[in-house]
Design a protein around this ligand. Structure first.
Ligand code: GZL
Length: 316
């Protein structure tokens, strides 16, 4: 009888979710940038679903794109004595002091998505991210192939100081440098949002003879690309035809836009980083000391040819 009771208790414990070897249910704090884009929302939903699936108690904080709010949230997680902290940093600089506080508290930190500029890699366990430079290269390679390397391009940059913006720009520029007749004629931040992307595209169109001088838009994310579509239509031009549009994220709305012929290509950025982040924290708490400092996730490039099917698959 005693054996049966012990077995039942053990099964009950196992069924209560993700645990360390001592069978303690994990509590993890997640400091998220905000909800500025469809991709960011999908990312948050994916992390929450993964925590739910693993029985992790997730403390979620939306910083509304303000670093000071992220730092406050991390300090709160430390005060609550969480088992681990996951941070999606809005910009690269200004993180060392609060990460030192987490280290002193013995709380492991995992960086997801954008990067932090740190001179001490003992301050975080690992970073889970896409190769943003390669994302920029993929976008540029598609555009150069499509235009035979002859294109005057306007660029909608992401958030100033964000790794995704810095690195995507680097990768794109690296490729077009090899094409003397491909030039970025205007470049400005659209802050990764649809509304700002539309506003900046309106200014580009006005400055470039109503858009007649523009061959393509290179937008660091799909939200700004969709904003550009609205501006181009209001200027009386045909987006995706008069002006090509290439972007990054592969959110459902961009597949709809491509299926409608309004944009031309997108580079996929997977939002599913919660699993690898939770794996790293669990492994560390179970004694792993030498995990990788970077776990890279990558995606492909999608065009109008498969957009309708991809939209159906991602919205069913
Ligand atoms: C990139 C991520 C970017 C997305 C945008 O990994 O940081 O932030 O591309 C989001 O949609 O705003």
């Amino acid at each position: 009888m005693k054996i049966l009771i012990t077995l039942a208790l053990a099964l009950l414990l196992i069924s209560c979710g993700e645990k360390t070897e001592e069978n303690k249910r994990l509590t993890i704090g997640f400091s998220q940038v905000g909800s500025e884009s469809g991709w960011r929302t999908s990312f948050s939903e994916s992390v929450k679903a993964e925590a739910e699936k693993r029985g992790i108690e997730l403390k979620f904080s939306d910083a509304q794109q303000k670093q000071e709010n992220q730092i406050k949230a991390i300090r709160s997680f430390i005060a609550q004595g969480v088992d681990g902290i996951v941070v999606a940093p809005v910009v690269e600089t200004g993180w060392k002091p609060v990460l030192q506080e987490a280290k002193r508290a013995g709380i492991p930190v995992v960086i997801v998505d954008r990067n932090m500029a740190l001179d001490d890699d003992s301050l975080y366990l690992t970073r889970i991210a896409s190769d943003f430079v390669e994302e920029g290269r993929k976008a540029a390679r598609w555009l150069m192939e499509t235009t035979a390397g002859q294109c005057d391009i306007v660029e909608l940059q992401g958030t100033v100081g964000a790794t995704a913006a810095i690195d995507r720009m680097q990768g794109f520029n690296e490729v077009i440098t090899g094409y003397p007749e491909a030039n970025i004629i205007r470049s400005q931040t659209g802050e990764f949002t649809r509304s700002k992307g539309k506003e900046v595209m309106e200014s580009f169109l006005k400055a470039e003879n109503g858009g007649k001088g523009i061959c393509a838009v290179w937008a660091h994310n799909d939200e700004m690309a969709i904003g550009a579509v609205l501006a181009i239509k209001e200027a009386g031009l045909d987006p995706g035809d008069d002006i090509l549009i290439v972007s990054v994220d592969a959110v459902p709305d961009i597949f709809k836009a491509m299926a409608d012929g309004d944009t031309n290509a997108t580079v996929e950025l997977s939002p599913h980083m919660g699993g690898p982040a939770f794996d790293a924290i669990t492994a560390y708490l179970n004694g792993q000391q030498d995990g990788p400092k970077l776990v890279t996730i990558n995606g492909g490039l999608y065009t109008q040819e498969t957009a309708a099917e991809e939209y159906r698959k991602r919205t069913q």
